[in-house]
Ligand binder design. Sequence first.
Ligand code: ADP
Ligand code: MG
Length: 243
Amino acid sequence: MASSLHIAGIRKVFGKGDKAVEVLKRIDIDVEPGEFLILVGPSGCGKSTLLNIIAGLEEPTDGELLIAGKNVIGMPPSKRDIAMVFQSYALYPTMTVADNIGFALEMRKVSVEARKKRIQEVAVMLQIEHLLDRRPAQLSGGQRQRVAMGRALARDPQLFLFDEPLSNLDAKLRVEMRAEIKRLHQLSGITTVYVTHDQIEAMTLGSRIAVMKGGVLQQIDSPDEIYRRPANMYVAGFIGSPT
Ligand code: ADP
Ligand code: MG
């Protein structure tokens, strides 16, 4: 069962007094169960801060945050049932691919049998069955990224958060992995928020796009709507709409 995500009036201020900087200014976003939402905007606009708040790695200064209708503010990250994939996929170098994927399950005391079954399922989804006995150093960049996704997927989380996961890959691999992430989302149906600063990635991946600038949400709409009816000049320029 996919979970909804409700973000309302989220603010984040870093620093105090003269040094205070409001990095997020009252962000409102509702993500439907099973939706793939893209969060796009230039570097420094607050994308990672918002993801970190959803994941519980940062607390908001203000606002409401509900996952599957449940208030998660103040709840530790480990209790939020969220999987996050970053650009630097920190796999455990001494563990095999299978153990990397199964690690979170082991932590949760899932039985050896159930773990094996889940590792196998995830490996099939990601087409990495032939790599299960290898170690991270014996994998290509794209394969490592797949394993990182497998590890996130194995727990069957309520929410999937991606923070620019493809920015370390070369152009060809990026296109390939984009398709892979899309397929994975269709297979798993897990509610996803995907952060990128890449317009093309935004326009091709998501069913809806949230465009941010300077901590303010500029527009949230389908790629088609954003292209045809940009809310302002900034969105038009960023997405490359005809003006
Ligand atoms: P993005 O992911 O869109 O590039 P970030 O969310 O990483 O942007 O950062 C938004 C702004 O908040 C930036 O100006 C950044 O310098 C600032 N920032 C991020 N984290 C902190 C922090 N822990 N302390 C102070 N400022 C921060
Ligand atoms: Mg970032």
